[in-house]
Ligand binder design. Structure first.
Ligand code: IMP
Length: 230
């Protein structure tokens, strides 16, 4: 920058400061500011890198550095609800690491099966196909196909106390046969009437918005933004 005034402006953190310079060669005087931004670390209470990636998608706007829990910390999921398990995982990992920790617990509840597979969603068969076959077998001839996916989320302070928690629910129906190829788990048989698609027919973005997990994060996001992690 040049000019014809006998003043130089030094631009710094405190604003503009006039200094005197040569009439012929007046340049703005810039001080370079280096801002260091500390990203708070939050431990994701899971050993599954896929879960960490999934959380990252939802939590990116917060600027947290997410880390997987150390492999030597194991939490027994002894809770009787998704929320109890999410709290347990977040709390125990927070205490063990002395850091903030976030956990989720999720699963499928089918009304005609009295809420099964529920807490046992991951263990309802040997693999995804086997679990789907079991659900379809158990529902064969059943008129009532209503079901819901549930996702409980809990964030614990370093001392293990729960700072925030929420539960996201996505209501749907179990189809008589799988439809769609995206996603994982029970996605091909879980139909969401409001979207007229199964989870397995949705794009990643559509599932992020409409799934139980997306709903849970959307519910808690404003409160997460207000938190100061220290
Ligand atoms: P987790 O709490 O994410 O480990 O999920 C427990 C189990 O619930 C998974 O292994 C799946 O079988 C099922 N599940 C949870 N979320 C979904 C989903 O979005 N689509 C399909 N299956 C799911």
């Amino acid at each position: 920058m040049g000019g014809r005034l006998g003043l130089r402006w030094s631009v710094g953190i405190h604003g503009l400061t006039p200094t005197y310079g040569s009439w012929l060669n007046v340049n703005a005087h810039w001080r370079v500011l280096t801002l260091s931004v500390d990203m708070p670390t939050v431990i994701v209470a899971t050993g599954n890198p896929g879960k960490l990636k999934e959380m990252q998608v939802y939590l990116t706007p917060l600027g947290w550095e997410l880390q997987l829990k150390p492999t030597d910390i194991d939490v027994d999921e002894t809770g009787t609800t998704f929320m109890e398990n999410a709290r347990l995982k977040a709390s125990e990992v927070a205490i063990a690491t002395q850091q903030w920790a976030i956990a989720d617990d999720s699963g499928l509840q089918i009304d005609a099966l009295n809420g099964a597979p529920g807490l046992y969603s991951a263990r309802y068969g040997t693999d995804d196909q086997d679990r789907i076959n079991r659900v379809l077998r158990e529902l064969s001839g059943t008129q009532d196909r209503s079901a819901q996916f549930v996702c409980a989320l809990a964030l614990a302070r370093p001392d293990g106390t729960i700072a925030l928690e929420t539960e996201g629910i996505c209501a749907g129906e179990i189809l008589p046969a799988p439809k769609g190829t995206n996603g994982f788990g029970y996605d091909p048989i879980f139909y969401v009437p409001s979207q007229r698609k199964t989870f397995a027919e949705m794009s990643d973005q559509q599932k992020e918005t409409h799934s139980h997990r997306g709903i849970a994060f959307a519910q808690i996001m404003a409160e997460l933004r207000q938190l100061t992690l220290s």
